[in-house]
Ligand binder design. Structure first.
Ligand code: ZN
Length: 287
C-alpha cells in the first residue's frame, strides 16, 4: 500500500520515507507516459509528497514546477497534506536513451533551467521559492531548494523503477532534514550512510518498505505519523463548465460552428469532460 511515514531520529533528524508504486502507475496510465517520463513525473510526485510531510493543516498545498530546457519539461507536480498527488509533464511521450549509468535519463529529460516551489495555504498569499535546477534528477534539486530557500540542510533521494513493459515496478523516496544544533560529526556519519544506501527503487523492488528503510538507517527511530498516498485530482465537470462560461457567448458560438460537442481535458489528471451542443447552448443563454 502506498504511504508516507514521518518520524524523528535521536532528536537530530526529521525523517520521512514514501512508497508510491500504484500512485505512479496511475499517473503513467492517465497520461500515457513514456518510460523516461514515468521516472520524471513519478519522482516529482513523490518529491512533492515528501515536501508535504511538514504540513499541519489540510489547507496547505505544494506545487513543484520544473522549467528546464529538456524535452520532457516543463513538469508540474502537486501535493496536499493528505498526500493526494497529481501532476503532468508537457511532453509525456518523449523517450530518451539510458544515461551513462544505464538509468532512465531524468536529468536529461528535465534539462537546465529553474525550479519553482509554490506553497499555498487558504487565506494566505502563496509563497514561491525559486532556485536554478542543479542536476535535474529531482532529488538533488529538492535538497538544494530546501537548503537555499528554506535554510534547512536536507537530503532527498527519489527513485522509480520501470519494467521493460513500461509498468512501474517500484517508486520510493526518502527525506532527511538536519535539525538545528546537530554536531558536524553526526552529519558526516549520516552522509556516509546515505552514500552507501544504494538504489532506492531497487531496494523497494526487493520488498523494502518505508519502515524497514528507516529501521536500517536510524535504528530506534520514532514514528510520528503515517499517511496514505494516492493519485487524486480535485477537478470536476462544474469547474470546466465555469471555465467555458467565462469564455463568453461569442467564443462559445465559434466553438459550436466547428464541432458538435466540446471536450475539455484536465491537465493534472487527464480526465475528460464532454459538453454536448445542448449544454453549450444552455451556457450561451446564461452568458
Ligand atoms: Zn483533474
Amino acid at each position: 500500500m502506498d504511504h508516507l511515514v514521518i518520524g524523528l531520529a535521536y532528536g537530530k533528524f526529521r525523517i520521512a520515507a514514501i512508497t508510491g508504486k500504484d500512485t505512479v502507475e496511475e499517473a503513467r496510465k492517465r497520461h500515457n507516459l513514456s518510460h523516461t517520463a514515468t521516472a520524471v513525473l513519478g519522482r516529482s510526485l513523490l518529491g512533492a509528497g515528501l515536501l508535504a510531510s511538514s504540513f499541519k493543516s489540510d489547507k496547505e498545498r505544494i506545487l513543484l514546477q520544473f522549467r528546464g530546457d529538456g524535452p520532457v519539461s516543463p513538469i508540474v507536480a502537486m501535493a496536499d497534506r493528505n498526500v493526494n498527488v497529481r501532476g503532468y509533464c508537457e511532453n509525456p511521450q518523449v523517450e530518451l536513451e539510458l544515461n551513462s549509468q544505464g538509468k532512465l535519463d531524468v536529468g536529461g529529460a528535465i534539462g537546465s533551467g529553474m525550479l519553482y516551489v509554490i506553497r499555498e495555504r487558504d487565506n494566505y498569499e502563496p509563497y514561491t521559492g525559486t532556485v536554478p535546477i542543479q542536476t535535474g534528477e529531482v532529488g538533488d534539486d529538492l535538497a538544494y531548494y530546501l537548503q537555499i530557500s528554506e535554510q534547512v540542510p536536507s537530503a532527498v533521494g527519489l527513485g522509480v523503477l520501470v519494467d521493460p513493459t513500461g509498468e512501474v515496478r517500484s517508486a520510493a523516496g526518502l527525506l532527511v532534514q538536519v535539525l538545528p544544533g546537530v554536531p558536524e560529526e553526526d552529519i558526516i556519519q549520516l552522509e556516509e550512510k546515505l552514500m552507501n544506501l544504494g538504489s532506492l527503487s531497487h531496494r523497494f523492488d526487493q520488498g523494502e518498505t518505508p519502515e524497514s528503510l528507516l529501521d536500517d538507517l536510524f535504528e530506534g527511530w520514532n514514528k510520528l505519523e503515517e499517511r496514505p498516498l494516492k493519485f487524486a485530482c480535485d477537478c470536476s465537470k462544474e469547474r470546466f463548465q465555469r471555465g467555458l462560461f467565462s469564455l463568453g457567448r461569442e467564443e462559445l458560438s465559434d466553438l459550436l460552428e466547428t464541432q458538435q460537442s466540446v471536450e475539455t481535458v484536465c491537465r493534472f489528471c487527464g480526465e475528460k469532460y464532454e459538453f454536448s451542443r445542448e449544454e453549450i447552448e444552455e451556457l450561451m443563454k446564461k452568458a
